[in-house]
Design a protein around this ligand. Structure first.
Ligand SMILES: Nc1ncnc2c1ncn2[C@@H]1O[C@H](COP(=O)(O)OP(=O)(O)OP(=O)(O)O)[C@@H](O)[C@H]1O
Ligand SMILES: [Mg+2]
Length: 327
């Protein structure tokens, strides 16, 4: 089946007074119909820039330096404003971190859902949509103003708005970051379950590898604006091949050592001033060699996964077993 989204060699920078910052540094991404893809990485790795670039929803100082983005075959970077509005409305759905800022505080939920569906939907259509996202009393939700809802309920409404026109792709950027811990898993489960009822592909952007690994078919790990590893979620999570993926898993809650302490990744992520000419992770990598600081690694196919490391094929990462269990 043909891809829903194709991103090829995408490079995106932001204009800053102190010089450009390169946020996406040559990303290739293909999303199949109905596929659930998790994009993970530390803060600043370029997740949101990649996700928003798909809808050309970047900040005004962003610049597409190079590359191609296609949604259902349509070239997004050369769309007219009218075509772009249509693509966003009919093919894409976005869910953001803070549901309250995505909703209009002055309009009842039912009115906002009606606008999202378009045309003149009846109350039954509005309530059916609110029921699909698990709101227990759709009629009551429809009559409420956003501030009358809990954070979890409000995020369900945002998800309802996002799926109202049966998008081909749903892009959720840290969709649970502003919610109570108790509701985070529930909202992620809801997003993951929508694939079955809508057929839409799902892209979840998150710093929480574990949360996403459980709900996605495929994981992409980003570092310094590049995808440094991608493959089936379970494989990436249980048998990481890139030193950064391994370090990220070791640093995640649930992988505390025997003393109850997590092993943080030493150092800080880079801020790129140009397209990288070496491995952006080299400074922090326990396996780094001279070549890593001199030569940009290419993406390599390793056992059905893609790993952007000079030493991917040698299985270097696996030669030094982790001191903690990768659950
Ligand atoms: N509007 C902007 N202007 C300038 N630089 C920006 C802008 N937006 C993002 N950046 C920079 O681009 C890089 C990638 O940022 P991005 O927000 O895409 O990362 P992220 O992985 O989504 O991070 P987070 O987990 O914090 O959301 C960072 O260095 C960030 O500071
Ligand atoms: Mg982000």
């Amino acid at each position: 089946m043909s891809a829903v989204v194709t991103v090829s060699d995408l490079v995106v920078s932001y204009r800053m007074e102190a010089g450009d910052v390169f946020a996406v540094d040559g990303v290739d991404l293909t999303i199949a119909p109905g596929e659930r893809v998790g994009i993970v990485g530390e803060s600043g790795s370029g997740k949101s820039t990649l996700g928003m670039a798909i809808g050309r929803l970047l900040a005004p100082n962003a610049r597409f330096v190079r590359g191609d983005i296609r949604i259902g075959g349509q070239a997004i970077l050369s769309c007219t404003a009218t075509e772009l509005r249509q693509v966003r409305r009919d093919r894409l759905g976005f869910v953001y971190q803070n549901p309250m800022s995505a909703l209009d505080p002055t309009m009842r939920v039912g009115g906002q859902v009606a606008l999202a569906i378009g045309g003149r939907p009846g109350m039954a259509d509005i309530e059916a949509l609110l029921g699909r996202v698990g709101l227990p009393d759709p009629a009551r939700a429809a009559g409420s103003f956003p501030h009358e809802l809990s954070g979890g309920m409000a995020q369900r409404v945002v998800i309802a708005l996002a799926i109202a026109r049966n998008p081909a792709v749903l892009i959720a950027d840290e969709p649970t970051a502003s919610l109570d811990a108790s509701i985070q898993g529930v909202i992620l489960d809801l997003l993951a379950s929508l694939r079955d009822s809508t057929g839409a592909s799902l892209v979840i952007l998150s710093h929480d590898l574990r949360m996403v690994a459980n709900r996605c078919d495929r994981l992409l790990v980003m570092y310094g604006g590049r995808v440094i590893e991608s493959g089936p979620s379970r494989r990436v999570f249980r048998d990481p091949r890139h030193p950064y993926t391994r370090a990220l898993i070791k640093a995640a809650a649930g992988n505390e050592g025997p003393d109850g302490v997590l092993e943080p990744i030493p150092g800080v992520p880079p801020v790129l001033r140009s397209e990288s000419r070496n491995c952006a992770f080299a400074e922090r990598c326990e396996f780094a060699q001279a070549r890593c600081r001199q030569e940009r690694p290419a993406a390599q196919d390793v056992d059905g996964c893609v790993v952007t490391c000079h030493f991917a094929a040698e299985g270097l990462v696996r030669t030094r077993p982790s001191s903690v269990t990768l659950a």
